[in-house]
Design a protein around this ligand. Sequence first.
Ligand code: ADP
Ligand code: ADP
Length: 228
Amino acid sequence: DSVLFANRVEKTYPNGTRALDEVRLIIQRGDFVSLLGPSGCGKSTLLKMFAGLESPSHGHLRWLGADAPGKSGLKIAMVFQEATLMPWASVAANVRLPLDLAGVPKAESESRVQQALNQVGLGRFGNCYPRELSGGMQMRASIARALVTEPDVLLMDEPFGALDEFTRNKLDADLRSLWAAKAGQLSVIFVTHSIYEAVYLSSRVVMMAARPGRIVADLPIPEPQRDE
Ligand code: ADP
Ligand code: ADP
């Protein structure tokens, strides 16, 4: 079974905006798919649907064949453009939040938090507060918070869009290594405006157009070209 499947999906918001039209998209385990397109082409809407935060007006979505994410057993994590960290809690406490919510005992969660922080290069910053970190480091912390649950699917909505280009390139490279280290287990959908970023990061680039939002191309990125 495909991990995620959208078939003939349409979304019309209550105000009449046709955000998506006849969208068909299949995500396999281990795919790194970039969604590329202009503002308003429905990238966020499609991502929110895969997260279970919006439902289609027509058509259907499947998660490992199930008709709701909760029935599939898939762990899905989402990262937004803003780091959305709780300012009153330490970086470690922020990253631990999903484990606390899942009732993971503290003895286990502390080592998992440390491991997630190490993965994003923040191993020594667990005791800092978000305001003490740079924008790029805050984004790293929110990626750690998403990874700490060991998700099957990582949905990223323009995660580095607010960062300067230098920091963004660094985070792109680190994200690609993180994904490669998951050896075909982690599926990523990455929303971006940047063709450069999409081609650099992904195993597939899905291009969308607006009014109505739709998929206009779905291109594999050949593996050899992605290796330095
Ligand atoms: P993108 O992420 O590609 O910029 P979005 O999915 O955010 O596109 O939006 C697609 C279209 O749907 C846009 O025209 C946007 O204005 C509209 N839209 C998004 N969310 C809502 C909403 N909650 N209510 C009404 N229109 C919306
Ligand atoms: P990033 O690219 O992750 O945003 P920066 O370029 O902002 O990182 O910072 C470069 C390095 O400077 C960081 O990896 C970190 O080691 C160090 N650094 C940045 N902010 C702080 C801070 N508040 N306290 C200690 N070290 C910091």
